[in-house]
Design a protein around this ligand. Structure first.
Ligand code: HPA
Length: 267
């Protein structure tokens, strides 16, 4: 893929700004936008070769500015495989971030709770993932400028950062979980049998994003931390039917906690 047009465009727009941390805002978590100071907003549709976001509740803009005094670049709206993109297109922005010199990335998402001790509105810091149900985002010719052909994945989510994020979540919500996120392609929510299988395999939460981004970020040497908002219990855990409305409602209910958590994390 050719990232140069996007990199050049963003560099021209941000001038002297040098963001070091990227943040990907998940479903309903775009509220963080309010906290960004000195911001420059770039619409995805204006950035050369950038995909365009199609999901309701997901905006489509890149925001460059400051939170807690730190220079950041935030993706308000991400790309999912289920939207029909090629898996490589979904991580186009992460590769652009790498070329912009970004060293740290915070990934956020909405997820279904598989671990029976979780409840909607909880946060879970991702300490590992399962992704072997899906095509690898690194399939195809290796792009050597980013990383090696066979990258080590024994610590995708930086242990120190997981610990720090967990402490901050605990301080703000009284309760913090860390666990394994199972990546599913979607767009169907899972079946109860799939959720039982995922629980047996060691998953604590399930979702349709984040893992391709985490793999690509890790491949190119970024420090990755990821947080799930448990917006619903996964299929079959309760008698409730799953819906995107519930996901959005829960994310909306905890958005202010989420905002404070990220602000403190960046301090
Ligand atoms: N499954 C998959 N993705 C999700 C869920 C879920 O239950 N909740 C939010 N995103």
């Amino acid at each position: 893929m050719n990232y140069n047009g996007a990199v050049k465009f963003i560099k021209e727009k941000i001038g002297e700004k040098k963001p070091e941390t990227a943040i990907v805002l998940g479903s309903g978590l775009g509220v963080l936008k309010e906290e960004i100071e000195d911001k420059i907003v770039l619409n995805y549709k204006d950035i050369p070769d950038f995909p365009i976001s199609t999901v309701e509740g997901h905006a489509g803009e890149l925001i460059i500015g400051k939170i807690s005094g730190k220079e950041i670049i935030a993706m308000n709206g991400r790309f999912h495989y289920y939207e029909g993109y090629d898996i490589k297109q979904t991580v186009f922005p992460i590769r652009v971030f790498s070329l912009l010199g970004i060293k740290n990335i915070i990934l956020t998402n909405a997820a279904g709770g598989i671990n029976l001790s979780y409840k909607p509105g909880d946060f879970m810091v991702i300490n590992d993932h399962l992704s072997f149900f899906a095509e690898s985002v690194l399939r195809g010719k290796n792009e050597e400028e980013f990383g090696v052909r066979f990258p080590d994945m024994s610590e995708v989510y930086d242990k120190e950062e997981v610990k720090k994020m967990k402490e901050i979540i605990k301080k703000h919500t009284g309760n913090a979980n860390e666990g394994v996120y199972a990546y599913m392609k979607g767009p169907c929510f899972e079946t109860p049998a799939e959720i039982r299988a995922l629980r047996t395999l060691g998953a604590d939460a399930v979702g349709m994003s984040t893992v391709p981004e985490a793999i690509v970020a890790k491949h190119s040497g970024m420090k990755v931390v990821a947080v799930s908002c448990i917006t619903n219990m996964a299929a079959g855990v309760t008698n409730n039917k799953l819906s995107h409305e519930e996901v959005k409602e829960t994310a909306d209910r905890v958005k202010n906690q989420f905002k404070e958590i990220i602000k403190e994390y960046l301090k």
